[in-house]
Design a protein. Structure first.
Length: 671
């Protein structure tokens, strides 16, 4: 019987087969396939389940000490050039394979309930399977070129899923925005990959790192050029993992169905960027300046996401900016030369953020029964409140997620986030201070989300408030046909609550695999780094830093309790009154969307109009003039085509006389 690592190529291939089968069915027999909802769901769930089982087997092999496995074949060659393709399975890949298949499987189960009444049910499941397959292929790619292929497939699937409800203007614009912003990062990534191949002659991760080091030492590649190439490659992860200033697409991606929001934010698209930076650690570790840039970008992103989340009233967008902030923490760890800490936070964050997003979907699903399918109303926390009594499973799991992401021990988020802050404290104390402050902000805005959604009294039946919110969005109550008040709030079906309960378990327990004095996660990913961590661990250093982190998180929670649970303080009004400019700055998302709209969107449109005008007046003018001259000359010359030889002789004689006169007049005078 073959080992799981030897057939790991099946992990991305099986869901791809399922996606192709259902996709071809939709193209060929659309009506028939759309009626076969349950068979399609069972097929795709089975395909992803097979991938999950193989992924767990691969992980078990890596835990038991089996060395990495790499299988390559020559995909293209010319002379001395050979381009290998294939797959590689190591401990880092095994962890990611298990993570992605677990989250994707639970999201697919959840989608069966969430998308039950959607006419695009089969199409959504097909996209999910293709998306999961693309991410799994990216994980096992052995070199940068193969990663780039799957990188683009992941981007394509995200475009399809974010714009799934393409008949909604907001979804169509969000998909376009995600596509364009990611193309900016991917262009830099492609230039960096080609530049590194030019410098090293290799696409292999370790080969690039060794080759670039040798090229710099021998003087064939200047140091500044190597830095530029590394930063160009980093542009790809900047866009995919929503780092400042290329983060602007991620909050708008909430226009897609909630299950795909959970998958994007937890284990696929945004995780791809962090994963690639971890893969390139042998390269980035040679350049402290590049690591500093990564750390600074991560810190800015971390603080930016948290600050904007403070003012969000849309439940999903609040969680989206939370993801932006947590991705900043991961990049901060990468920049501090601690990829193990960054990857550990990626794993813990995947579980509790998937649970939070699926929980928000459960809330929205219930709200739609009361206020209709208008997203402005169903997702606005000002119309929620009091849902804990009606939705006990959703509220309990959401509460666990809030504690986990706030960094309260012993839940998962504490161990991973505290490890990052500890690494930052030892490497860049100023960046640690920003991350430390952000930890308090995170606890505050997460419990603000919880209290506004689940505590207090239900506000969803307030028609005046509904009208006010719709008016602010450019709509009105009469025009919104989806509005109804006939439904009652209730807990979601088992297909939606089961994934929530399943994700709650690792959200509580998985952090214990990364305790700093005996990190089994670190021993799996990088045994040498784990030994250094264990040997360098000091209770006298850990307790003050961890205690301070917990203290500031508890302070943020206490402030949220005081303001939103006990309602002793109206922070929004006080803050807006005392700091109106800062309040507008945060409410308008640092004005980054406005800046992008003015410079890039309107600027590009203005440039396009000017180019169109030049094309119409100059290019088309020259072409039209040529045509007119040809037409006019032809029209005039046709009168000289008489067919009479005497007339033609007369024309020739006249031409000769004209040439004699011309040369006689303009001939040079004799000296």
């Amino acid at each position: 019987m073959p080992l799981a690592s030897d057939i790991a190529w099946l992990i991305p291939l099986v869901p791809l087969f399922g996606a192709i089968a259902t996709g071809m069915g939709l193209i060929s027999f659309n009506r028939t396939i759309n009626r076969l909802r349950k068979p399609v769901a069972i097929l795709l769930l089975s395909c992803l389940g097979i991938s999950a089982v193989l992924s767990y087997a691969v992980l078990i092999e890596q835990i038991s000490g089996r060395p990495p496995v790499e299988h390559l074949f020559v995909w293209a060659n010319a002379g001395n050039f050979e381009l290998p393709m294939g797959y590689v399975v190591d401990s880092l890949g095994a962890v990611m394979l298990s993570l992605v298949t677990t989250i994707a499987l639970l999201v697919m189960v959840y989608s069966h309930g969430y998308m039950a009444h959607d006419k695009g049910y089969v199409r959504f499941f097909t996209y999910l399977a293709l998306f999961s397959s693309s991410m799994l292929g990216l994980i096992i790619s052995p070199n940068l070129l193969e990663i780039y292929v799957f990188w683009e497939l992941v981007g394509m699937c995200s475009y399809l899923l974010v714009g799934f409800w393409y008949d909604r203007e907001g979804a169509a614009h969000a998909a376009q925005k995600a596509f364009v912003v990611n193309r900016v990062g991917d262009f830099g990534l492609l230039l960096g990959i080609l530049g590194l191949f030019w410098a090293t002659g290799s696409f292999d991760f370790q080969g690039i790192a060794d080759g670039l080091s040798l090229a710099i030492t021998s003087g064939t590649v200047p140091g500044w050029a190597a830095l530029v190439l590394c930063l160009l490659v980093f542009m790809g992860p900047m866009a995919k993992s929503a780092q400042f200033p290329l983060h602007v697409w991620l909050p708008d991606a909430m226009e897609g169905p909630t299950p795909i929001s959970a998958l994007i934010h937890a284990a696929t698209m945004v995780a791809a960027g962090v994963f690639l930076v971890a893969r390139l650690e042998p390269l980035y570790g040679q350049f402290p300046l590049v690591e500093l840039v990564i750390a600074i970008v991560g810190t800015i992103t971390c603080f930016l996401g948290a600050s904007i989340a403070l003012t969000q009233m849309d439940l999903k967008k609040g969680l989206a900016y939370s993801t932006v902030s947590q991705l900043g923490y991961m990049m901060l760890a990468m920049g501090c030369g601690a990829p193990v800490a960054g990857m550990f936070h990626l794993v813990t964050h995947a579980f509790f953020k998937a649970m939070l997003f699926l929980g928000s979907g459960s809330v929205i699903h219930a709200m739609e029964e009361v206020v209709g399918h208008e997203p402005v109303l169903a997702q606005d926390m000002r119309l929620m409140g009091g849902l804990r009594k009606k939705m006990p499973i959703t509220s309990s799991t959401f509460f666990i997620g809030c504690i986990a992401i706030s960094g309260i021990p012993p839940l998962a988020g504490f161990w991973s986030k505290d490890e990052i802050l500890g690494q930052a404290f030892n490497t860049y104390p100023l960046l640690w201070a920003v991350g430390f402050l952000t930890a308090g902000m995170t606890a505050f805005y997460m419990f603000r989300l919880y209290f506004l959604t689940f505590e207090g009294s239900f506000r969803g039946e307030d028609k005046d408030l509904q009208q006010k919110l719709l008016s602010a969005a450019g709509n009105n109550l009469e025009e919104s046909e989806d509005i109804n008040h006939s439904g009652n709030l209730h807990e979601s079906p088992w297909s939606m609550t089961f994934p929530l309960a399943a994700l709650a378990i690792p959200s509580v327990l998985i952090g214990l695999f990364g305790t700093p004095w005996n990190s089994r996660f670190a021993f799996l990913i990088d045994p040498e780094e784990a030994l250094k961590m264990a040997e360098g661990f000091s209770w006298s250093e850990f307790v003050p830093l961890a205690g301070a982190s917990v203290l500031i998180s508890c302070s943020g929670i206490a402030l949220a309790v005081f303001a939103y649970a006990l309602k002793r303080l109206d922070l929004s009004q006080i803050f807006a009154a005392r700091f109106p400019q800062l309040d507008n700055f945060l409410a308008n998302k640092w004005y980054l969307d406005d800046i992008n709209d003015r410079i890039f969107v309107k600027g590009s449109r203005k440039l396009a109009k000017e180019v169109l005008e030049v094309d119409a007046k100059v290019v088309d003018g020259v072409v039209n003039l040529t045509g007119l001259l040809t037409l006019g000359s032809g029209e005039g010359l046709k009168y000289f085509e008489t067919g009479r030889a005497q007339f033609y002789a007369l024309i020739v004689f006249g031409g000769v006389i004209a040439l004699v006169v011309l040369f006689g007049v303009f001939a040079p005078l004799p000296a």
